[in-house]
Write a protein that binds this ligand. Structure first.
Ligand SMILES: NC(=O)c1ccc[n+]([C@@H]2O[C@H](COP(=O)([O-])OP(=O)(O)OC[C@H]3O[C@@H](n4cnc5c(N)ncnc54)[C@H](OP(=O)(O)O)[C@@H]3O)[C@@H](O)[C@H]2O)c1
Length: 351
């Protein structure tokens, strides 16, 4: 629209509805197309193929690695906690799967390069590369140490960029491959007190969109890029996050991670641009198209109340930003149970 000429309100509403309908159609086609359980055809797409998974020691990445191995995939497990990955690899091998452990800090490009080289030397090809590793820093923007914000960018954005780079260079050499980058609903609807985290997730969506255009222009039909936009999940993420909010990490309406694990696996074997798993993610993204900014305002109020005003006190911590923590080695994190317990013990507010 030319600068200085106000858009006619009717055409603005029409444009809004048009965008919303297109978004809804895309989400219905992609988000809802993810089945609750993967079928025999999906298993066939996994069996014998090679999947690199970063962030495989806990949460979503661990869940995806387990599922891929169950379906007969060769899984290359990457994260910093080598012993946790070795235990997971033993478990996957005992169940008949193939697993390779490559301890990796994704913020270091040479380690990501090494990860790709190890996957190739063991399995000879990479069918899909899942960039799942991430960290977060919770708290008022200027109260989080600035180096912690920078570390979030190093792990989440640079780590995803290094992984995408290694994957796409290999995909070009072999002529096929699927890159799955785990973003977040927060990439579109950023939450207060998650500033640097949300910024990295928005940047990942922009990275993926640009890569998709490059692949389209160059006619690289065998290579796909998919972004996954999960809703808040009950994984060890909340135990691993740096936290300077003054209260225990909290978020309303967290989901069980299992359907999102499914969606990550699905995205690795079905070409799709964006996958927003579950009704809440889809409704939030649609609402954001219909009423831009409203979801952010509503969420900010909820987060401020739950994270800043009413959360039980917690000391400042840099979480697993720099050094991995021993806690949090499962898929499900127990955050919902912890928050319920905190709510039960909450002192009534004096009137
Ligand atoms: N949980 C949620 O509410 C939520 C919502 C939307 C999106 N997501 C996204 O889902 C993905 C998985 O998170 P999650 O919920 O499963 O949390 P998680 O359990 O904390 O998993 C994060 C993984 O990243 C790894 N990691 C952290 N720093 C790393 C580094 N420098 N190098 C390599 N690996 C590193 C961790 O392993 P090590 O510590 O062993 O390195 C761990 O395996 C992330 O991209 C997250 O942003 C989560």
């Amino acid at each position: 629209m030319p600068k200085g000429r106000p858009m006619n309100i009717v055409s603005s509403v029409r444009t809004g509805w048009h965008h919303a309908c297109v978004t809804l159609a895309c989400l219905v086609l992609v988000g809802c197309a993810v089945p609750a359980r993967l079928g025999e055809n999906d298993r066939a797409r996994v069996a014998g193929r090679t999947f690199v998974v970063t962030g495989a020691s806990s949460g979503l990445g661990r869940g995806a690695a387990i599922r891929l191995a169950e379906y007969g995939g060769n899984v290359v497990l990457a994260a910093r906690r080598a012993a946790v990955l070795e235990q997971l690899a033993d478990q996957l091998r005992a169940a008949g799967g193939q697993a390779l452990v490559v301890p990796t800090d994704v913020s270091r490009p040479e380690e990501v390069q090494h990860l790709a080289a190890m996957a190739m030397s063991r399995f000879g090809r990479i069918d899909a590369w899942i960039n799942d590793a991430a960290v977060a820093a919770i708290g008022p923007f200027e109260q989080v140490p600035v180096e912690d914000h920078a570390r979030v960018v190093d792990v989440n954005l640079k780590g995803t960029l290094f992984g995408s780079y290694a994957a796409l260079r290999q995909f070009r050499r072999q002529g096929f491959g699927t890159l799955v980058n785990v973003a977040s609903v927060e990439g579109r609807i950023p939450l207060a007190y998650h500033a640097s985290y949300a910024a990295t997730k928005a940047a990942i969506l922009a990275l993926d969109a640009a890569l998709i255009q490059e692949l389209r222009i160059r006619g690289s039909t065998g290579i796909q890029v998919a972004s996954v936009l999960p809703w808040a999940l009950d994984t060890p993420f909340w135990d691993h996050a740096a936290n300077y909010s003054g209260g225990t990490p909290r978020i309303a309406s967290m989901d069980d991670p299992a359907p999102t694990v499914n969606a990550v696996v699905w995205a690795a074997i079905h070409p799709a641009k964006e996958v927003a798993p579950g009704f809440k993610a889809q409704a939030a993204l649609l609402g954001d198209q219909l009423w831009p900014g409203l979801a952010e305002r509503l969420a900010a109020g909820v987060v401020h109340r739950s994270q800043i005003e009413t959360a039980p006190p917690a000391p400042p911590t840099s979480g697993s930003l720099y050094i991995p923590l021993a806690i949090g080695t499962t898929v499900e994190g127990g955050a919902r149970a912890r928050m319920a317990e905190e709510d039960r013990n909450r002192q009534p507010i004096p009137r």
